[in-house]
Ligand binder design. Sequence first.
Ligand code: ADP
Ligand code: MG
Length: 240
Amino acid sequence: MIRIENLHKKFGKNEVLTDINTTIDKGEVVAIIGPSGSGKSTLLRCINLLEEPTSGSVYVHGKDITQPKTDILEIRQKVGMVFQHFHLFPHMKVIDNLTYAPMKVKGMSEKEAKEKAMSLLNQVGLNEKADAYPTSLSGGQKQRVAIARALAMEPELMLFDEPTSALDPEMVKEVLDVIKSLAHSGMTLVVVTHEMGFAKEVADRIIFMDYGKIVEENSPKKFFEEAHTERAKDFLAKVL
Ligand code: ADP
Ligand code: MG
């Protein structure tokens, strides 16, 4: 579904992604882990063109999205994104957060968008919050709304950038459970996370990044039990 080739990203002189190469298959769940500043967010943002790669290619379904003729809106429809800090529309009710883009971008009727939204709210356990405003929700509830909102666009791939890092500890599980159920439904997921237990349990593959490079890429079992680089071992020693 995704193929990344020789991807580089510079901010000014600062090269934050150096020669990234990997592929992500349909239905695969990939966890990206690594120290702060290693380029994890920038890599995700290059996959949905929130950042423009400096060089290299990102193919989505065989189409190189780094070409100038790429329809960015089309890519954003295919690739949903969930952020650490939710980014809900604060002035809109939960239901309107979910129906806005499907109506505006996909041209869905209000009736259809609302039905879809209610079904998604049900899926994330929040159907009773349809008419609430985001400010009245807990962090865990806000993040579940953000996930439902991304799903409302019927993406083929979902990117999560530290979806539980801004949450109080007691709310982490409710959000991870939603992501887990998406993983089990066969959706293709790329999750940047510091939740090692989650990565170990849910991911098909771990990508470990440091200093803008993919340092190790392996099954969770192999990665957690026999990381072979010093950098990965150091990192795991700190977080496990
Ligand atoms: P991570 O998500 O692994 O913590 P990031 O991808 O956010 O890492 O950042 C990688 C590096 O790129 C950091 O040094 C960061 O300061 C830098 N960086 C990220 N975004 C920008 C930006 N918009 N402008 C300049 N530098 C940036
Ligand atoms: Mg980040």
